[in-house]
Design a protein around this ligand. Structure first.
Ligand code: F6R
Length: 608
């Protein structure tokens, strides 16, 4: 979730770029930079860390010019560092590029360009872009950009300047946001509207594969065939604060709605039909897995709940036994760890103290540590032997939502790869699961449509003091996550129980009017869950069941039923958690809680 800003006009570009980038800080970033065109060519200033570091650099070494591009980077390919920061230039620094997104085929492009004599300084995917543009440059920047993007696979919003055409700024997008701001004798590009709102409220909202040229002639937009387009101006009527949240009331709601994209991004390049599952640079082999004595999944909070689903997936598909533990317990229970042990640590932030302690202790005792994390360059990502990133983008709300679903996807990818290596899955089953994974982004989108029903449910129940979640199998793991979400942001006491445990104690809590959310997505356990629902209904509970389409019989037992789209039984947690997140969100809103910053909680727990 990098931020892009570009300026073309008569004013000093650098301060305007910094100001624009500061309005995009909410997107999260770990480094920043600007490139400005002037008589000498292209001046670049960039560094790791906060925007303030870049400002200090620019103060001590100002760069002048009226055309420029700026960037805040959220690391994906290559750790946060000065050299990996954007803008990136071609070898002779005539072309400079800022980029938001992921170029999936960058390795192939990089090899190809290397064979043509190009050299690369950074580890980023982005650095191929200025070099590709240079390769195609024959005196027309727009044409060179068009040819270059036709070679690129993946998602991108890019801004380009070229010292050979010092009167131009070219930009294009595909699957990454980009807007154009129209000022008086000046224009802007940006990833998001807040970056330009101090200067203009007249905006062009670019569509995929639309190319824009900012020049002294004004703003011209072209389609991918070079035909000029005439777009309507969008007049912004709302304030910058609302825009940062993309029009959503809170970051949490925005992040819940970003889940279909986050799921897709996390699968991208790892699950490709007819090809082996890719675990990026992880080199775990069949021999290694045959020799493994135990697998631990260790994490905290929501990441731990993702690990519980991961256990099901790995055991079911790869037939490897997995033990899941919370990091703060694991580290003090003297667990058995040998040099044949695999520890999978899961952490959105990559900085959680207990998880990090497990990683370090595990390594000391000879274990191999595989990290599933969302933050490139985080301590966990740097210290683990292997890393599988979740591409959720920065998560700002304290309550984890999109990171959780991408952690689930990461576990499915690991489980499928292990199964492939160990030959514990048939080709048909593998292809079926891949197809089902591909369906998830669209089905997650469909599941979000339940928000009105859940808002109404919250309106009717938000005064409850307690609420219970029930499930069996993977549904139990998801119930735990639903219960955590509810308590952490709405402060309503809640617990989750495995259906079979009811009779062993918890059923004593059920009385007339107790609200119970029952998850019933595991068809093999359906009858047993229906019996559990009957048990609590008989004692006066009001039950909302969440099940898959087609299980209409549940309506005979539960008070209300919410249907999820049909999907392979193993993948239901990705969909089932969405209504639970929305339920927690609307309960908290009804109660007037600060949804994004719940009391007593911090986004990253870096102390014990
Ligand atoms: C709950 C939540 C926390 C985190 C936990 C671990 O919504 O966000 O329970 O999951 O603090 O954090 P990470 O994943 O950063 O290690």
């Amino acid at each position: 979730m990098c931020g892009i800003v570009g300026y073309f006009g008569y004013r000093d570009a650098a301060p305007l770029l910094i100001e624009g980038l500061s309005k995009l800080e909410y997107r999260g970033y770990d480094s920043a930079g600007v490139a400005v065109l002037n008589d000498k060519g292209i001046d670049v200033s960039k560094c790791k860390g906060r925007l303030a570091n870049l400002e200090a650099r620019l103060e001590s070494k100002p760069i002048e010019g009226h055309i420029g591009i700026g960037h805040t980077r959220w690391a994906t390919h290559g750790e946060p560092s000065d050299v990996n920061s954007h803008p990136h230039c071609d070898c002779d620094i005539t072309i400079s590029v800022v980029h938001n997104g992921i170029i999936e085929n960058y390795m192939k492009l990089r090899e190809w360009l290397t064979s043509k004599g190009y050299e690369f300084l950074s580890e980023t995917d982005t650095e191929v872009i200025p070099n590709l543009i240079d390769f195609y440059y024959e005196g027309n920047l727009l044409e060179a950009v068009m040819k270059s993007v036709s070679m690129m696979e993946g998602s991108y919003a890019i801004g380009v300047v070229c010292s050979k055409e010092p009167d131009k700024l070219v930009a294009v997008r595909k699957d990454s946001p980009l807007i154009v701001g129209l000022g008086e004798k000046e224009s802007f590009i940006a990833s998001d509207i807040p970056a330009v709102l101090n200067h203009t409220r007249d905006i062009y909202l670019l569509e995929d594969k639309e190319f824009v040229v900012l020049s002294s002639q004004g703003v011209n937009i072209f389609d991918e065939h070079g035909e000029e387009l005439h777009k309507e101006i969008y007049k912004v009527t709302w304030n910058a604060d609302a825009a940062e949240k993309g029009g959503y009331e809170d970051f949490m709601l925005k992040e819940i709605h970003e889940q279909p994209k986050a799921i897709k991004d996390t699968m991208t390049s790892r699950v490709i039909s007819k090809e082996e599952i890719s675990l990026d640079k992880i080199t775990i082999t069949k021999e290694y897995l045959d020799n493994v004595d135990r697998i631990y999944v260790v994490a905290c909070g929501t990441a731990y709940h993702a690990g519980l689903v991961g256990k099901y997936a790995i055991e079911k598909l790869a037939k490897l036994q997995v033990e899941v533990d919370v990091a703060s317990e694991f580290r003090y229970r003297d667990p058995i760890i040998t040099d044949r042990t695999l520890i999978i640590v899961v952490s959105q932030s990559g900085e959680t103290a207990d998880t990090l302690a497990v990683l370090r202790e595990g390594k000391k005792k000879g274990a191999r540590v595989l990290a599933i994390t969302n933050v490139v360059g985080s301590s966990v990502s740097r210290e683990a032997h292997d890393v599988l990133y979740t591409w959720a983008g920065p998560e700002i709300a304290v309550a984890s939502t999109k990171a959780y679903v991408t952690q689930l996807i990461a576990f499915y990818i690991v489980a499928l790869r292990f199964a492939e290596l160990k030959n514990t899955i048939s080709q048909e089953e593998l292809e079926l699961l891949k197809e089902e994974l591909y369906r998830l982004p669209a089905l997650a989108q469909e599941t979000l449509k339940h928000q009105d029903v859940l808002q109404r449910f919250a309106y009717n129940t938000y005064t409850e003091k307690d609420m219970y979640f029930l499930g069996r199998g993977m549904d139990y793991a998801v119930s735990l996550e639903g219960s955590l979400k509810l308590k952490e942001i709405s402060y309503i006491h809640s617990d989750a129980y495995a259906g079979g445990e009811l009779k062993h104690g918890p059923i004593a809590l059920i009385e007339k009017g107790t609200v119970v959310i029952a998850l019933v997505t595991q068809n093999t356990l359906l009858d047993k869950m229906v019996s559990n629902i009957k048990e609590v209904v008989t004692r006066g509970a009001k039950v909302m069941a969440i099940t898959l389409e087609g299980n209409d019989d549940i309506e005979k037992t539960a008070d209300s039923v919410l249907y999820l789209p049909k999907i392979h039984e193993l993948l239901t947690p990705v969909l089932a958690v969405i209504p639970l997140q929305l339920l927690a969100y609307y309960m908290a809103k009804q109660k007037g809680c600060d949804v994004d910053k719940p009391r007593n909680l911090a986004k990253s727990v870096t102390v014990e």
